[in-house]
Design a protein. Sequence first.
Length: 563
Amino acid sequence: MTRGSSNRRIVLLGAAFVVLLGAAFARAFWLQAIQGDAYAAMATRQHRETVVVPAGRGTVFDRNGKPLAIGEQATTVFANPQQVDRPRDLTLAIARHLDLDPAAVYPLLTDRSRGFVYIARKVDSDAAETLEKLGFAGLGFYPEELRTYPQKRVASQVLGYAGLDNLGLEGLERSLNRVLAGKPGSQTIVKDPIGRALDVVSTKPETPGRNVRLSIDHQIQANAEAILADTVARHGARAASAIVMDPHTGAVLAMATAPGFNANRFPTTRPDRRRNRAVTDTYEPGSTFKLVTIAAALEENVVSPGSSFTLPPTIQVADRVIREAHTRGTEHMTVRGIVKHSSNIGTITIAQRLGQGRLAHWIDRFGFGRATGIDFPGESPGFALPPDQWSGSTIGTVPIGHGIAVTPIQMARAYSAIANGGVLVKPRLVEKVDGRAVARTRGRRVVSREVSVQMLAMLRGVVVEGTGTQAAIPGYTVAGKTGTAAKIDSSGRYSHTDYVASFVGLVPATKPRLVIMVMVDEPSGSIYGGDVAAPMFREIARFNLQHLEVPPDAPRTEDASRE
């Protein structure tokens, strides 16, 4: 090899080193100057992690401070599969401490395409703490709140449910979600190269949700639910509902439905059992609706309580022949007697005097065909036929509670107007938010005090010697009305086997403290409101009067019952 060729090789080799060195400097410049911020952010992300800290959900209390829905401390376990170095050992540890299926856990820990996977949401905090002390790489923990319902079945359809992410899904949990949910916070955590937490470098505190106090009394609610469940079982009924309401304020002390369910098992409960039938479901009220017809006629001065009528056993209205519930001959009855004995013929006769237009006006005035505005989601407005759609026979069906659809809460409100002196109040379930009373809307007068007193006296006759004698309570005066209505079947005709039995009562009748509405859907055997629903009212009312320490207003009847 000549000196010249050797020099050329040295020059070429030096040039190659210069080129490589230049490329290295260019790459370094590109990484540090051009892409430096991006790589710095990537490094930070690998060593820092921001975790959302959910806010505690507000507690729901009953009117006496008993918790109905609370948050319990729990821990959520997650993993970064890219940092897990011992997936088999970690799988066995998780399965042992958290009681999970290893076959479900292992694929999560070995999926390197993902940087975050949930292992278990809201598990027992003690079990999670034991697992955390084992120090596995790639495993993370953060506190969460588990929504639980300590009273289990009590008021479950009213409360509804808050799901895994603590968002309200049904019932009051849903409608009050903004009040109860609060605002989440966050924590930024520094981790070592294998993903273990070293320190919390910044914290944004969460804002807890506000507490809510309901008008519900959990003891009155639990008692009503127990009586409904017993009635449904005893009569082989499809379902039953009950409402206990303060007629002066509209406060609902109980809103019960049977069959019920354990609110802690909400996800596995059938939708039809979760429904709050007292607000969402409609039915034809039958004779309990006669209150509207009679009150309207009294207010319009069409009749007085002593007005007398000669009533045949049947009455023809357009193309329909309407009969009484029980066969009778021609009789003379006053308006008092018509109410007491729940006469269909008498009520229709009074409605004919009142006239279609005025009756339709009073149905609307009592709020039927419109939602009551109760603070519960999904309320049905019911259905009242518009006056321009009435047929010739409507004046014979609607006055006795057929051809109209109502909800139990609408009927309870209508009877509250009679109990409180003539004012239609707005029903409500929420009393206070964070200790502050929720503003109440003023009711509106629907009938005069005089008419309310007259109606109250006639409704007392129903219980004393009419169709509702099984609603009587020793020691107390009781007013109320029975109702029995055939249901419409799938063909659009009235069924001969399926009925709704109901009773709405006011107690004590001399100065009503409570309105109690009970309804039984499709009872078997006896189908009449006086036989099925009135005894339910009696049992519910008897407990409530004792629980609320309401003094007897008819001590003579109490003494007589003991003889």
